[in-house]
Design a protein around this ligand. Structure first.
Ligand code: IPM
Ligand code: MG
Length: 362
């Protein structure tokens, strides 16, 4: 069966890291009998420059027709002054909402080889393996009404709406419980139920849903405490489930526990398992074009795509073990470099993964 994948490099380092992931897909096709067909499209600032919009109609058509999407990153200094409606980030948000990619999986795994790269003590983070399940198409990111209005006294007032319906909470809850069933069977639901009615409802729906998953242990935590617990004792968590904005914040925090945001992939899934896969990190305009960015998060995003959208666990395992093998070899991009290791650039790192993958074919 042929799988059609839309490749959206986006902006900044997105272009460089996606090129390495594409090399890896080439090996999968050539050596492992997969049949992944690639098509490229425009999104973000580069799409704005070429077409006047961060999510051109053509891209949306391509995205809807594809079986899955591989995205690099969007954004850059040159687009920061644009109206918010056409900023690069709107390309990403538009893809998420137009494709109903409501379930965002953000694993935070510490590779033992990188224990020293974390700013936290090794014993706090070693063995860390947690999954953040972030609601991605609702909450305050998309709630209406929103805007900036001028009051009668001439003062301007900004406002956004934090809103979740029961069905939205329930479906993201199901994602989290289903994933927990394949892991350690513990879900921690993060809210601010002591202050926000919307998340009081969130807590109630999660509690009701838990009755359908008797094997899973559900706990609740306020978001401020969750942020604290993530840096105090992150290994207490298995699966965390939360809304769009809290998930945005907590997933950056969780990523840093692992030493580098350059290592972490993510999946954004719809109800049928179609997904958009991207590294958690951004477009890093400060290092764009220098060939020093870490391509491993994007390469690991390909592994997630195989696993979650195409049900191809075996080649996904192979990619992950190829990444382990290059880390074992001591190869490090600048973001994960430490003394005694060999510093390599983006393409060298990609080539090393390709070689490690090819070694598993023969
Ligand atoms: C993320 C990013 C995005 C978000 C931005 C780029 C719109 O921070 O994917 O976490 O806030 O969701
Ligand atoms: Mg973010």
């Amino acid at each position: 069966m042929t799988q059609k994948v839309l490749v959206l490099p986006g902006d900044g380092i997105g272009v460089e890291i996606v090129a390495e992931a594409v090399k890896v897909i080439g090996v999968l096709n050539k050596e492992f009998g997969l049949s992944i067909e690639l098509e490229e499209g425009l999104v973000g600032g580069s799409a704005y420059d070429a077409k006047g919009h961060p999510l051109p109609e053509e891209t949306l058509v391509q995205a809807k027709a594809a079986d899955s999407i591989l995205l690099g990153a969007v954004g850059g200094y040159q687009w920061e002054k644009l109206d918010i409606a056409v900023r690069p980030e709107k390309g990403l948000l538009g893809l998420r909402s137009n494709l109903s990619l409501f379930s965002n999986l953000r694993p935070a795994i510490l590779y033992p080889q990188l224990a020293d790269a974390s700013t936290l003590k090794a014993d706090v983070v070693s063995g860390l393996d947690l999954m953040i399940v972030r609601e991605l198409t609702g909450g305050i990111y998309f709630g209406q009404p929103r805007g900036v209005r001028t009051l009668d006294n001439g003062e301007r007032q900004g406002y956004n709406t934090y809103i979740y319906s029961e069905s939205e909470i329930e479906r993201i809850g199901r994602s989290a419980f289903d994933i927990a069933m394949k892991r350690d069977k513990r879900v921690c639901s993060v809210d601010k139920a002591n202050v926000l009615e919307c998340t009081e409802l969130w807590r109630e729906v999660m509690t009701t849903l838990a009755a359908e998953y008797p094997e899973v242990e559900l706990s609740h935590m306020y978001v401020d405490n969750a942020a604290m617990q993530l840096v105090r004792a992150p290994k207490q968590f298995d699966v965390m489930v939360t809304g769009n904005m809290f998930g945005d914040i907590l997933s950056d925090c969780a990523a840093m526990l692992t030493g580098s945001i350059g290592m972490l992939p993510s999946a954004s899934l719809d109800a049928n398992g179609k997904g958009m896969y991207e590294p958690i990190h951004g477009s890093a305009p400060d290092i764009a074009g220098k060939g020093v960015a870490n391509p491993l998060a994007t390469i690991l995003s390909v592994a997630m795509m195989l696993r979650y959208s195409f049900n191809l666990a075996e080649p996904a395992d192979k990619i992950e073990s190829a990444v382990n093998s290059v880390l074992d070899q001591g190869l490090r991009t600048a973001d994960i470099h430490s003394q005694g290791m060999q510093e390599v650039g983006t393409a060298q790192m990609g080539d090393a993964v390709v070689a490690a993958l090819q070694a598993q074919a023969s």
